[in-house]
Design a protein. Structure first.
Length: 563
């Protein structure tokens, strides 16, 4: 058992709701008395909400859990190992200062004398094998318990310090968990709020960034905790929800402008993917291994993130380097691969590194014990301009699994060839399918890939008009069905086109963002039979290359003037 290791920076990043897309995984928990094992003869009607975030952006993974409850006299709070319905040992303990909202951050390390490794802990957490127990004076084996799972699509941690203006004479807090249905029923957001506000009046759902007051979209009567309600989002509100631009503001008689407030954070929506990479052996490296990379870059925060999956069994590190294709280049930074199938990393880029990224002068390598420099390498660019990030999140309904997938695609309009490379970490796959359906919609299987073992590579599919139209509108997805999830599938990912954002530096240099297929089709009124090279060709790369040339010219002129 380990007590909590409180790290102010981690809590600031995680609880301050600075979120990343892949390297941090958010699970939630709804705690109640009827989940306690063994079930007591009489149990209370106490409840709780919890948010747990596994952060793999640091050298050592961290886990941060925040719990809101209504137990009058809390005497213990722990993270335990065990499947739903079983009793398991304590792994980590919260600090002993108990309030109605408790938080702790642990740096994960090997437990049980090294017999329970960090990698095993991460897998068990992601597979839903951990739970939270809260004990009280009269229920020392647990008054309420909740399995930590992947069941919600949004959360909000509400606090006094987030209100505008700041609320007075209050120590209230709250946690909201939310589920979201995109299709059945359509665009329905359902929220569950547990809080400690006395004389609460209304819960406003508004649009705005932290620290700003925005327009109210919904206002619910909030008489007491817990509170449950639903709202049907408009298209614009759905986009704001995905972009974390919706916040909750709980009003009271004492603080009519808001007593606690928190941003509503959507879970696992990677929307800023701009680049991809296919990794292969180079420079006469004798290897059959390969890999896949998906990269996102936020032009506002300058946060660069990636997931790399590969087939190397004895990998040592994943490295991001600077150098044009065919050049040796130099390594900028490395991430320990820890011999796992999916490696995550993040870094705030300098202006110079942003320039390298947008001129295709960044590459990714994976080194191994046999090849210390690198065994496989790939340039980070937009050559394979379709991708799919697969996880249990996108399955209907979400699946709690450690498995993920990374896929890149290339469609050639002249031949209608659909080139695919699919990597996944599902342990017992039985079928991998290409289906037609929008994100969140249970679609129809269109094709079955010829193999199930990762990687799945080929260019044997020739797309017909309907499939081309589905690809253009992002209505194709890949799904991996397993023995554990033979009906709904274990992981799923929508096939989308890369969308690099428009970077800006001190000289206001920018790149034009490639148009999406949707904007072209809608603006032109094109039907599936009219999809030609105007819609699937080199036009986007030409725009990108032209802007890159413009940047080079402007920078050169600037340097001439300067010197």
């Amino acid at each position: 058992m380990k007590t909590s290791f409180l790290v102010g920076f981690f809590i600031l990043c995680v609880l301050g709701q600075i979120s990343t897309e892949w390297a941090t995984i958010t699970y939630t928990s709804s705690l109640s008395g009827d989940q306690v094992v063994p079930l007591p003869d009489i149990y209370q009607d106490s409840i709780g909400n919890a948010v747990c975030i596994l952060d793999r952006t640091f050298v050592n993974s961290t886990l941060t859990c925040t719990v809101q409850h209504n137990i009058a006299v809390l005497v213990g709070a722990t993270i335990n190992y065990g499947r739903r319905g079983t009793f398991g040992p304590v792994l980590y303990s919260f600090p002993s200062t108990y309030t109605y909202q408790i938080s702790a951050t642990w740096i994960l390390s090997d437990l049980e004398g090294g017999n329970y490794t960090v990698i095993e802990q991460e897998n068990d957490f992601l597979n839903g094998n951990w739970y939270i127990t809260l004990t009280s004076r009269y229920f020392i084996t647990g008054e309420i318990r909740g399995q930590i799972e992947h069941s919600d699509r949004a959360f909000s941690i509400l606090r006094v310090e987030n209100t505008v203006p700041r609320a007075t004479s209050s120590s209230a807090s709250g946690i909201c968990l939310g589920t979201y249905s995109a299709f059945d029923p359509p665009q329905l957001l359902t929220i569950n709020v547990i809080h400690t506000v006395v004389d609460s009046t209304y819960l406003d759902v508004a649009t705005g960034i932290p620290g700003a007051v925005g327009p109210i979209g919904y206002s619910f009567i909030m008489e007491e905790s817990p509170a449950y309600d639903s709202m049907t989002l408009s298209i614009d509100e759905q986009e704001n929800f995905i972009d974390d631009l919706i916040y909750l503001n709980l009003l009271s008689r004492k603080n009519p402008n808001g007593e606690i407030r928190g941003q509503l954070i959507s879970i696992d929506y990677p929307e800023s993917v701009g680049f991809t990479s296919r990794l292969a052996p180079l420079n006469n490296v004798d290897s059959d291994n390969s890999g896949c990379g998906i990269f996102s870059y936020d032009c506002d925060s300058k946060l660069f993130e990636f997931i790399v999956m590969h087939t190397i069994r004895d990998s040592v590190s994943v490295n991001i380097g600077f150098g044009a294709e065919g050049e040796n280049g130099a390594i900028l930074y490395s991430v320990n691969s820890r011999n796992i199938s999916a490696v995550y990393g993040s870094r705030y880029l300098t202006y110079e590194e942003v320039y390298y990224l947008y001129t295709y002068q960044l590459f990714v390598t994976v080194s191994s014990t046999d090849f210390e420099e690198f065994e496989i390498r790939g340039q980070i660019n937009t050559e394979f301009d379709f991708y799919a990030y697969l996880s249990g999140t996108f399955v209907s309904s979400p699946v709690t699994t450690a498995a993920v997938g990374c896929s890149t695609f290339l469609y050639t309009n002249a031949t209608r060839v659909f080139d695919y490379a699919i990597y996944h970490s599902v342990s017992s796959p039985i079928e991998v399918t290409l289906s037609v359906g929008a994100e969140g919609q249970e679609g129809v299987v269109d094709r079955i890939f010829p193999s199930v073992s990762s990687p799945i590579r080929g260019d044997s599919f020739l797309l017909d008009d309907d499939e081309i139209e589905a690809l253009a509108y992002e209505n194709l997805y890949v799904q991996v069905v397993s023995t554990s999830y033979p009906y709904v599938g274990e992981i799923r990912g929508q096939i989308k086109r890369v969308k690099p954002c428009k970077p800006n530096d001190d000289n206001q240099l920018s790149l034009s963002e490639p148009e999406t297929f949707n904007s072209r089709l809608y603006s032109s009124g094109v039907t599936s039979g009219q999809l030609t090279s105007d819609y699937f060709g080199s036009s986007d790369s030409s725009i990108l290359n032209a802007n890159i040339l413009l940047i080079i010219v402007i920078i050169s002129a600037y340097l001439l003037v300067l010197y």
